[in-house]
Design a protein around this ligand. Structure first.
Ligand SMILES: Nc1ncnc2c1ncn2[C@@H]1O[C@H](COP(=O)(O)OP(=O)(O)OP(=O)(O)O)[C@@H](O)[C@H]1O
Ligand SMILES: [Mg+2]
Length: 348
């Protein structure tokens, strides 16, 4: 009975390679409020190269994060990122709306490196001119979605909505900074293993790209240079007292930051080749790695544009119980906040 149906309770479930994060938001009268937040860390190599290598450990972490958060309901919005996800700008001839679907199906075959029946396809329009329509095409390997859905179900939850990390990042930015509608903004989430880029303008994605690069690159470089185990290098990177002086890790950090800047360069070059002379006005960094001291200044001086840290809770009410956790690691919650904003039936 639709009449008596309550607003569905959905929450964001971000299964990252270093941690599972859970956020539930509730909206009333146009105001969003944080009602649940929980995280559970994952040991390295449980999820590697975007593949879940050790499903039971991920299931435990999901249960742990969801339990800590104390969410309502069991419907989760999850997201996919990485190599099995293809996001491309494509052009199709202008056709009546009801024909777009079929034309996209045909066109997609030229753009994705997988068989068409192996992928889920989606698209959204980004403009039209001279008899052509520009679309952002999204294709994801079905097997990847099923792999992530399986651990969610195993944890007793329902993967009600499947999103894309970089789109969640954009969604979060749109809620928190609706006034930024002029220049293109490059949203970059740097997690432990994958960097997700989403260039948005006027609230819409105009370019997106994921590359395998993240905080683990820093940790591995420290481990190699100082000949110490990964775990100790990770703690040293975070400035925890593990018998390694900060000055000792700086050379490794600098080397990897140069590599990171080159990766950003490649992404911007690629963007420039797809988007007629669009200028990127600024970069907004998210993900845990964004909190690396000095990274934003370094990228800003390299790029000559402002580099800011994401503020995913800028327009979300946070009660004192959650304030400390949110303040300490806000940028790393950007994707999960974007996921938590989704509701069944949303288009975007
Ligand atoms: N204060 C900090 N300084 C430097 N690095 C940090 C800091 N806090 C977290 N990190 C790093 O951020 C990374 C984790 O970020 P995040 O939680 O966004 O990753 P994830 O979502 O698990 O990974 P991915 O999205 O790549 O699968 C780790 O490499 C961690 O070392
Ligand atoms: Mg992540």
């Amino acid at each position: 009975m639709a009449l008596f149906r309550k607003t569905p309770e959905v929450f964001g479930l971000d299964i990252g390679s270093s941690a599972v994060k859970v956020v539930q938001l509730r909206e009333s009268g146009g105001t969003w409020r944080l009602v649940a937040l929980g995280t559970a860390s994952l040991p390295p190599d449980v999820i590697a190269d975007g593949t879940i290598k050790d499903p039971p450990t991920v299931v435990d972490a999901i249960r742990g994060a969801v339990g800590k958060a104390g969410v309502k309901g069991s419907d989760a919005t999850i997201a996919i990122c990485g190599r099995e996800l293809i996001i491309k700008k494509v052009q199709i001839p202008q056709v009546p709306p009801k024909e777009v679907h079929d034309v996209v199906q045909l066109e997609a075959e030229h753009h994705i490196p997988f068989a068409i029946d192996e992928v889920f396809l989606d698209y959204h329009g980004v403009g039209q001119h001279d008899g052509v329509m520009d679309l952002i095409l999204v294709a994801v390997k079905k097997s990847k979605v099923l792999e992530y859905a399986a651990v969610v179900e195993e944890a007793g939850l329902v993967p009600a909505i499947v999103d894309v990390d970089s789109f969640a990042l954009g969604n979060q930015f749109e809620l928190n900074f609706p006034e930024e509608r002029g220049e293109a903004v490059a949203l970059i989430d740097i997690g432990a293993s994958i960097m997700k880029t989403n260039v948005v303008r006027g609230g819409a994605t105009i370019f997106a790209r994921d590359i395998p690069f993240g905080g683990n690159n820093y940790t591995q470089a420290i481990a190699q240079q100082l000949k110490i185990p990964f775990e100790q290098a990770e703690a040293a990177k975070l400035g925890r007292d593990v018998g390694v002086r900060w000055e000792a890790v700086v050379p490794a950090l600098e080397t990897v930051s140069r590599e990171l800047s080159l990766e950003v360069q490649r992404t911007f070059d690629y963007f420039a080749s797809t988007a007629e002379s669009e200028r990127i006005g600024k970069i907004v960094l998210a993900g845990g790695c964004a909190q690396l001291p000095g990274l934003n200044d370094y990228l800003s001086s390299n790029w000559g544009i402002p580099v800011e840290l994401a503020k995913p809770f800028e327009r979300i009410e946070v009660d004192p119980a959650h304030a400390e956790e949110v303040a300490g690691a806000a940028a790393s919650f950007a994707v999960v906040v974007g996921l938590a904003l989704r509701r069944p039936g949303d288009k975007g």
